[in-house]
Each structure stands twice: as structure tokens, then as C-alpha cells.
Ligand binder design. Structure first.
Ligand SMILES: *Cc1c(COP(=O)(O)O)cnc(C)c1O
Ligand SMILES: [Zn+2]
Length: 389
């Protein structure tokens, strides 16, 4: 509702709403959806939200679908925001630590948020065949939402994608191809085949609505914290869609009068074996170079080149945040640390935030008394290979 138009995040060229779009045809960068926030704020108020369904579609006024009938939902969003005192007590300074547990989403990861929005829009605009490259969880989510919408899903994943992701896609009726390469290679295959096959490319940020679904994490955080934001957010970053989305959500909320001008420091967490954003952040670049020989068992972080790199880097810098790389050994060990302290079996991507947080505390970047949120983006049970031996 309330979409006025789409706008290139890089060159500001405008595009009409209500049509299928991928990247900006002028510069090849992502398009972002713009809303009439004045209109949205009339009905989406702190009071009206209290009575709404516990799904991300509660933020209906700032989500893109026009007709409710076109929404394809499996009950995603409004995930628990859990205070984790037992885990916090193991840290060297006293902070207010929370985990936003995205593993409770349909298909067990926050990719469901993006896909409910993207598939709903594709549904509204008449798409019948979708395709996407994926590190695993995006494929699982697309397979589910496409099945629910009666669409085809053509999925391309690296051969060493966690087995759970491959099996769930197959069992949800998708067409699965395993590729001897990285997610960027899978993306090239989709780009090469899509026109001949009549597929709509749902690659993150090459499609403008997944980020709209993921931005709801920002709305939920604010609502769950009674319309305040934490001091620091640690976000395991692959394509960066969630971080970009939350940053956009904060602006929208301020314009709607729901929050003030304060912002959390946004921290990108990556695996040391694939840390293009960390590298670009440290060297002061606005665009990140493709990371060579990308490898990590946190498959969602194995994105050597992100099309939204400049949007991630802009948000980190504007927020006064930073970027941290974590070695695989540490991020896998952190799964057990969080699990045994709090009973959350996290995805290694989410767990990576804990060693990153410890580093920030040791470096004096996160200080006593601060309110910190870690995003656990998926479920550990999908990564059994990581815990063998
Ligand atoms: C995809 C994924 C990520 C990275 O998300 P982006 O928004 O693309 O940066 C992190 N964790 C898990 C579990 C994922 O599936
Ligand atoms: Zn452009």
C-alpha cells in the first residue's frame, strides 16, 4: 500500500510502481520502493498496531502489495526478541544483550521475510515462474512461498550448500540445480537463462521487494522496544539485505513520527573467509571488490560480491558502526556457547555475532550499560554438517 514509485539507490532515476522491475536500467544498481509515508502514518499508528496480527504483514501500510488477496503468507515475522542475561554474564562488561531470534520464521530463517514480500508482489504482477541463486536459506524460502503461490521455483545453489536446504527445496516441489561454484556463479546462470525460460529473477536486491520484507525487522525491533532503538545492532552480513532494509525502515519510521532521529550503530559481521564488506570498510572504499577464494561454513555469509555493497557501507558509516570478520572456528564454537547458555540452537551466521561482540567489547567499541541486539538469522538444525566430528 501507499507505494508512490521506485527509485534507483545510486542514480535516483525513478520507476513506475505496479510493474516488474529488476535493477536500474540506467546504472545497474538496486531500486528501492518509496511510499507516501504521510498517508501511511494516518492509519499505521502505535495504537492501531497493538491490535494487529503477529505477522510482518501488520506493517501493511509500508509493504508493497496493493490487493490483500495477492499476499502469499506462511505466518512470518514478529519473531521473539529475547533478553539473554545468562549469555551476557559471560562477557567482560555488563551490557543489556538481546537476541532477535529469526529461526522461528517459516523455513527456519529470516529469508522468509524477504520471500513473502517478493512472491506476493510477483503474484500480484502475474509471474508464474521464479528463479534465484542461493547460498541455501533463500532457496528454501523461495521454494516454500512459490509452492504456496502455485508458481515454479528454479533454484541454483553451490554443490556444498547445507544438505537440509537442498532437501527442503526438493520436498517443496522446486527445480533444484547444484552448481560447482559460488553463489555469484549461480547468479550468472540465472541471468543467462531467465529470458529464454521466462523466469522472474528473485535474486536479492536485483528484485526490489525482498528488502521490503526484510526491513520489517527494523519495525519489529522498534515496536518490541516500545518505539526506541538499541545502541548497537550486530548483523551477519551476506548480501546485506536485512541491514539495508532496517536502515531504510528507521528513516521511514522517523518520517512517520514513530521514532526520533537516534540510530543504532550498525555492525556488519562476516566470516574471515569471505569478508568483502569488512575489507572495503577498512580501506575506506564505497564499493567492495569481489572477495577471492571465498570459503566459510556459514553458508549465508558466503557472498563474495554483494550488489548492495555501497548501501551496506553507507549505512555502517552513517550510523557510526563498524565491520568485523570472524574466523570459522570461532563462529562454530559460538553456536554451542549460545545454545548451552540460552537454549537457542543458532545458525553459524547468527552465532558469528558473539565473537564479533567480544571483539568490540575488547576494543572499547561497545561499552558498559549499552543495549545490544544480535540477529540470529536462522536455525542451527539446518547446518548439521558443521557439527560433525
Ligand atoms: C542469507 C543469510 C544471511 C545473510 O543475509 P543478508 O541479508 O543477505 O546479508 C545471514 N544468515 C543466514 C542464516 C542467512 O540465510
Ligand atoms: Zn541507477
Amino acid at each position: 500500500m501507499n507505494v508512490t514509485h521506485l527509485e534507483c539507490a545510486n542514480c535516483d532515476v525513478r520507476y513506475e510502481a505496479g510493474k516488474l522491475h529488476n535493477l536500474c536500467t540506467a546504472c545497474g544498481k538496486p531500486l528501492l520502493v518509496q511510499y507516501d509515508l504521510e498517508a501511511a502514518s494516518r492509519t499505521m499508528t502505535k495504537e492501531s498496531l497493538r491490535l494487529r496480527e503477529p505477522s510482518l504483514w501488520r506493517y501493511r501500510e509500508v509493504l508493497p502489495v496493493v490487493d490483500d488477496e495477492n499476499i502469499v503468507s506462511l505466518g512470518e515475522g514478529m519473531t521473539p526478541l529475547l533478553k539473554v542475561d545468562r549469555l551476557a554474564s559471560t562477557l567482560s562488561v555488563k551490557i543489556d544483550l538481546y537476541i532477535k531470534d529469526e529461526s522461528t520464521n517459516p523455513t527456519q530463517s529470516f529469508k522468509a521475510r524477504g520471500m513473502t514480500a517478493a512472491v506476493s508482489m510477483a503474484n500480484e504482477l502475474g509471474v508464474t515462474k521464479t528463479a534465484a541463486p542461493s547460498a541455501g536459506n533463500a532457496a528454501g524460502a523461495l521454494a516454500a512461498y512459490a509452492a504456496r503461490a502455485g508458481m515454479e521455483a528454479h533454484l541454483f545453489m553451490p554443490v556444498d550448500t547445507p544438505r537440509a536446504n537442498v532437501v527442503e527445496c526438493e520436498q517443496n516441489g522446486a527445480f533444484v540445480t547444484l552448481v560447482d561454484g559460488l553463489i555469484t556463479d549461480c547468479g550468472r546462470i540465472v541471468a543467462d537463462l531467465k529470458d529464454a525460460e521466462g523466469w522472474f529473477d528473485v535474486s536479492t536486491l536485483k528484485e526490489p521487494y525482498r528488502v521490503e520484507g526484510k526491513k520489517t525487522m527494523g519495525y519489529e525491533l522498534a515496536e518490541q522496544f516500545d518505539w526506541t532503538l538499541p545502541d548497537v545492532i550486530l548483523y551477519p552480513t551476506g548480501g546485506g539485505t536485512g541491514l539495508i532494509g532496517m536502515w531504510k525502515a528507521f528513516d521511514e519510521m522517523e518520517q512517520m513520527g514513530l521514532i526520533g532521529p537516534e540510530r543504532p550503530r550498525m555492525v556488519t559481521v562476516q566470516a574471515a573467509g569471505c569478508a568483502p564488506i569488512v575489507k572495503a570498510f577498512e580501506s575506506g572504499e564505497r564499493f567492495a571488490e569481489e572477495f577471492p577464494n571465498a570459503h566459510t561454513s556459514a553458508s549465508g555469509l558466503r557472498v563474495p560480491k554483494a550488489i548492495g555493497d555501497f548501501l551496506i557501507l553507507d549505512a555502517i558509516r552513517e550510523s557510526g558502526g563498524t565491520a568485523v570478520a570472524v574466523p570459522d572456528m570461532q563462529l562454530i564454537a559460538a553456536v554451542r556457547e549460545i545454545g548451552s547458555a540460552e537454549g537457542m540452537f543458532c545458525a553459524p551466521e547468527g552465532a558469528a555475532c558473539l565473537p564479533a561482540l567480544k571483539k568490540l567489547i575488547a576494543d572499547g567499541v561497545v561499552n558498559e550499560g549499552e543495549k545490544v541486539v544480535i540477529f540470529n538469522t536462522g536455525a542451527g538444525v539446518k547446518y548439521l554438517e558443521c557439527f560433525e566430528s
